[in-house]
Ligand binder design. Structure first.
Ligand code: IMP
Ligand code: MG
Length: 209
């Protein structure tokens, strides 16, 4: 906890924050120092509970011969937790990664998706589950779906941690979604601003840098 205390002050104003472990947050408030302030939007316990539900949903809808493709970098924590939740419901997916970029260092979409690092596995004839952190304009997920479809996947489903819903530039809806998210830039649980905050165990919003 010490490193986290040095890095950020956590505001406890939103409703969802009530679910955060009391002693943990009290401890953090005792240690408030000058630095960035984050407001927790989705606390660790809520995320863990939701991932269990998602894994059961995915298993119930039939996921044989499953290949998971996690879109890096933002989804790496979500994907790591979700594949362990999938193991918990008896699934044994093959896992691959693809690094896509549409945001670079800015907080607004560049509008064009590029492959920074391609996946290794052959998707032909496979049931593919694409995992991403945030669905916003839809460009990233649509790009990944189109690419994997063009490469001959048998079936493609998508699973996102957060769906912002309001700013779609491309018509795409997730098959599975952990949470609807307010239209604000979020960090933590793998997500960053300029490579920071990925290590935080919750999804939050930077209210002061
Ligand atoms: P889209 O292509 O506009 O749907 O954006 C999706 C991609 O942008 C995701 O893969 C994320 O990596 C990134 N992104 C969108 N919103 C956020 C955010 O609030 N925080 C961090 N990354 C974000
Ligand atoms: Mg991303």
């Amino acid at each position: 906890m010490a490193a986290l205390h040095e890095r950020c002050n956590v505001l406890l104003s939103s409703e969802t924050c009530k679910a955060v472990n009391r002693s943990w947050t009290a401890d953090m408030n005792d240690n408030m120092k000058a630095g960035p302030e984050l407001e927790i939007i989705f606390p660790p316990e809520a995320i863990a509970k939701r991932l269990g539900e998602l894994a059961r949903e995915i298993a119930n809808e039939g996921a044989d011969n499953l290949m998971v493709v996690a879109i890096l970098k933002g989804s790496f924590v979500f994907a790591a937790d979700l594949i362990r939740a999938l193991h918990g419901v008896g699934l044994a997916p093959e896992v691959d990664f693809m690094t896509l970029s549409s945001y670079r260092k800015a907080r607004t979409s560049a509008g064009q998706v590029t492959i920074l690092r391609d996946m290794d596995l052959d998707v032909r004839g496979r049931n593919v589950l694409i995992i991403d952190d945030v669905l916003d304009s839809g460009r990233t997920l649509a790009f990944a779906k189109d690419l994997i479809a063009a490469r001959g996947a048998k079936a493609i489903k998508t699973c996102v941690l957060l769906d912002k819903r309001v700013k779609r530039a491309v018509q795409v809806e997730p098959d599975y979604c952990a949470f609807e998210c307010p239209d604000t830039f979020v960090v933590g649980y793998g997500m960053d601003v300029a490579h920071r905050y990925r290590e935080l165990p919750f999804v939050g919003r930077v209210v002061r840098e």
